[in-house]
Design a protein around this ligand. Structure first.
Ligand SMILES: [Zn+2]
Ligand SMILES: [Zn+2]
Length: 559
C-alpha cells in the first residue's frame, strides 16, 4: 500500500465518523493524519515500524492502523463503517458543496439515502427547511449533483433531450444529412437514456477521422457495424455504421427486441428499398397502421395495430387542468395567487391545489387550522378569477398503517383528495400493498399519487402488485396518477393499458412545486408509449366535465 492509499483510507474513515456523528475528536485526528501522510517525502512501507509513531502528526493509534494496512492491505474499522453506511450516502461525498456534517443531516434527519433522492429533494425545495441549508447551498448542491450524474453517464429522457439537437446537428453537418438518423431508446422516448444512438451510413474508416476535433470524444468500443463514443458531457454516443439501407437499419435499431422478434415472425417478407427517409413503409407493406417509434416496445401492440385499435394518442396540448400542485402553503416556491394567475395565462381551465398534509412536517404540511385558512383564501380567489377555478385538495399522506393523515371529517371538506406515500418507503410488497389498498378503499381518496414512489436512476419504487392495485382502483372509482415529473413518471407506462382495459382513469399530473413545474409534457410522452387517449386522462377533462366527475363520484360513494 502506498502513502496515497493509506491517506485515502484515513480520510474516508474521518468522514464516515463525522457522517455517523461518532467521536469527532478521532475524526479530526484521522483527517489530520491523512493530510500529513500525503505530504510525506518517504513511503511508509519503506519506513521502519518503530519510526512511524514518531513522525509528526502520527500518534500511537494511527501508527497501529498504518501497520494493519501495511500488513493486511485493509483497515478493519473502516470496513465496518462502510458496511453500516448506505452506499448512496457514501456516494454523496463526491458532491461538491456538502461535507460530512451536512451529509449527516441529509441522511439522519431528512432520511435521504441516495444522490438522486437528494437531487429530487432540492427540486422540491426541501433542503432549505433544515438548519445550515440556505437557498444558495441548495442551488449549489443541485448543480453539482447534475454535473456529477452526467459524468456517470446517467441521463433522464428530459436531460438527453436538451443535448439531442446539438449532436443531431453536428452529425448532420459532418456527414450528409440523409445518411444520419436518430434511433434506439431515444427515438422510442424511453424514460432513461444510457446511449444516444444514431444510424450513420458510412464506414468506420470514414467516420473516425471526422471526430478528430480539438477535443475528440473517447472511443469506448468499435466493431464492424458500430462505434461507441463517450462525449465530454458524459453521454454515450453509439453510431450504427456501415453502408446499407436506411429503412432497414433504422427499423432494426429502433424497435425493442421483443417488438422486433414478434414483428419479424408475423411479417416475414418485408422488402427494404433504402430510398425513404424513415421506416414507415415497413408498416404499409405489412398492411397495418404505422406504429410510431415510441410504441415499438411490446409484442402486444402489433396485435392492436392489426385490429386497428391504436386510437388517437393524447398530445401535450390536450391537458386542460393542472392537477396536483404545491404552493407556498407547504413546500412550493409560489403563492396561491401566482400559481392561479400562471394557469390563467397558460389557458388552463382549473387548478387543483394539493399541498402536503400534516404528517409531512419536512414539507411544512398543513394542520387542520391552516387547511381552514387556505380554504377561505381559495373561496376569495375563486370569486376573483371566475370562470377559472381553484379546487381544494390535499396530497394526503398514507400513514404507516394505511390510514389517512386526517379524519374523515376533515377529508370531507376538500373537493378531492390525492393519496400518496411519502414515509417509510423501504418496505416489502405485503406492507406496501396493505397501505395502498387501505388508502384506495378510503371513500375520500380520489387519486392515487405516484404509485410506487420510484425516482428514476436513483431509487427503485417499493414493490407492488400493479394489477391488484388497478383492480382495486376500478372497484373503488379511484383515478391513478401518472406523475409527469421526468424523474418519476409513476405509474409506469407498461401498466397503463391494463388500467385502460379495466376502465380506470389515468391523470397526468405535474406535481408542480413552482410555476416552471407546470410542464406535463414528459408525462404525456410516457403516456403515449402506452397508447393513452385524451378521453382516458382526467387532466384532459374540461372544467365542466371535471366538476361532473367529482360530483358523480361523490354520489356513487355516498359521501
Ligand atoms: Zn408526493
Ligand atoms: Zn406532490
Amino acid at each position: 500500500m502506498d502513502n496515497y492509499a493509506i491517506a485515502e483510507n484515513f480520510s474516508l474513515l474521518s468522514k464516515l465518523l463525522d457522517i455517523h456523528g461518532d467521536n469527532s475528536f478521532k475524526a479530526r485526528i484521522y483527517g489530520a493524519a491523512a493530510f500529513n501522510i500525503e505530504k510525506l517525502p518517504e513511503q511508509l512501507a519503506d519506513t521502519p515500524p518503530a519510526k512511524i509513531a514518531s513522525i509528526k502528526g502520527i500518534g500511537d493509534s494511527t501508527a497501529k492502523k498504518i501497520a494493519e494496512m501495511l500488513e493486511t492491505g485493509k483497515l478493519r474499522v473502516l470496513q465496518e463503517y462502510i458496511e453500516k453506511t448506505p452506499p448512496g450516502v457514501i456516494e454523496m461525498l463526491n458532491i461538491k458543496g456538502i461535507g460530512p456534517k451536512k451529509i449527516q443531516t441529509i441522511w439522519k434527519e431528512m432520511g435521504i439515502e441516495s444522490v438522486g433522492e437528494l437531487l429530487y429533494a432540492c427540486n422540491e425545495n426541501r433542503l432549505t427547511l433544515y438548519k445550515g441549508f440556505g437557498e444558495k447551498t441548495q442551488a449549489n448542491v443541485q448543480e453539482s449533483i447534475q454535473f456529477y450524474q452526467s459524468q456517470q453517464g446517467h441521463f433522464l429522457y428530459a436531460e438527453a433531450e436538451v443535448i439531442f439537437p446539438q449532436i443531431d446537428g453536428y452529425l448532420k453537418k459532418i456527414f450528409s444529412p440523409e445518411t444520419v438518423h436518430v434511433t434506439g431508446a431515444f427515438r422510442r422516448q424511453a424514460l432513461t437514456i444510457e446511449e444516444m444512438e444514431f444510424v450513420v451510413l458510412e464506414n468506420n474508416d470514414t467516420i473516425k477521422p471526422k471526430f478528430q476535433t480539438a477535443q475528440p470524444p473517447e472511443l469506448l468500443e468499435e466493431k464492424d457495424n458500430t462505434i461507441l463514443y463517450k462525449l465530454k458531457n458524459g453521454l454515450k454516443l453509439r453510431l450504427h455504421t456501415g453502408k446499407g439501407k436506411m429503412d432497414e437499419r433504422l427499423f432494426g435499431t429502433t424497435c425493442s427486441e421483443e417488438f422486433l422478434t414478434a414483428f419479424n415472425k408475423t411479417f416475414s417478407s418485408i422488402k427494404y428499398t433504402g430510398k425513404e427517409i424513415g421506416d414507415d413503409s415497413v408498416f404499409t407493406q405489412a398492411k397495418i397502421p404505422v406504429i410510431p417509434a415510441f410504441m415499438r416496445e411490446t409484442a402486444s401492440i402489433i396485435e392492436k395495430a392489426k385490429n386497428k385499435k391504436l386510437g388517437t394518442l393524447i398530445q401535450p396540448g390536450d391537458i386542460k387542468g393542472i392537477i396536483h400542485s404545491h404552493s407556498k402553503w407547504s413546500d412550493g416556491d409560489n403563492t396561491l395567487e401566482q400559481m392561479a394567475e400562471e394557469c390563467i395565462k397558460r389557458g388552463v381551465e382549473y387548478l387543483v391545489i394539493s399541498d402536503h398534509s400534516k404528517a409531512a412536517a419536512y414539507a411544512n404540511g398543513l394542520s387542520e387550522e391552516r387547511i381552514r385558512e387556505q380554504h377561505r383564501q381559495i373561496d376569495i380567489l375563486n370569486e376573483q378569477y371566475k370562470p377559472f377555478k381553484i379546487f381544494k385538495s390535499i396530497e394526503c399522506d398514507i400513514l404507516g398503517d394505511g390510514s389517512m393523515d386526517y379524519s374523515n371529517n376533515i377529508l370531507s371538506t376538500f373537493d378531492l383528495i390525492i393519496a400518496s406515500v411519502h414515509s417509510n418507503l423501504k418496505m416489502n410488497e405485503e406492507k406496501a400493498m396493505m397501505r395502498l389498498m387501505k388508502a384506495i378503499e378510503n371513500p375520500y381518496t380520489t387519486i392515487l399519487g405516484h404509485m410506487t414512489g420510484r425516482l428514476l436512476l436513483s431509487r427503485n419504487g417499493y414493490p407492488v402488485d400493479h394489477k391488484k392495485i388497478i383492480d382495486a382502483c376500478a372497484a373503488n372509482h379511484v383515478v391513478i396518477e401518472l406523475n409527469a415529473h421526468p424523474r418519476r413518471l409513476d405509474i409506469d407506462w407498461r401498466y397503463i393499458d391494463y388500467a385502460i382495459d379495466k376502465g380506470v382513469l389515468i391523470s397526468i399530473n405535474p406535481d408542480a412545486h413552482s410555476l416552471e413545474g407546470y410542464d406535463t409534457r414528459y408525462g404525456v410522452l410516457a403516456a403515449q408509449k402506452a397508447g393513452l387517449t385524451k378521453e382516458q386522462n382526467l387532466s384532459s377533462f374540461s372544467l365542466k366535465e371535471f366538476e361532473k366527475l367529482l360530483a358523480d363520484r361523490k354520489k356513487k360513494k355516498k359521501i
